[in-house]
Design a protein. Structure first.
Length: 87
């Protein structure tokens, strides 16, 4: 499942090298998949009115029904980097 989500996200974002997918299985069988993209690609990952995020979750739901597993998609939104800030 991780490979499928990674393929889809890398296909739609502008910075495919920054896509990071993490998969963790909980003790109750729930599989949590966390997706992180470049801060400039967050809008693409979510989509207008959340349509892309909903489609990604539907994809996980369908795949989960086929495999008889439960998936949860966590879309991580990284903070935008401010080039003018000083550390």
């Amino acid at each position: 499942m991780k490979a499928l989500l990674e393929f889809v996200l890398k296909s739609i974002v502008n910075h495919p090298d920054k896509v990071k997918i993490d998969e963790q299985t909980e003790s109750n069988g729930l599989i949590t998949i966390s997706a992180k993209v470049d801060p400039l690609d967050v809008g693409i990952m979510i989509g207008k009115n959340g349509i892309v995020a909903r489609a990604l979750r539907d994809l996980l739901k369908i795949k989960g029904l086929i495999e008889e597993k439960h998936y949860y998609l966590n879309l991580l939104v990284p903070p935008k980097e401010n080039p003018n800030s000083e550390i």
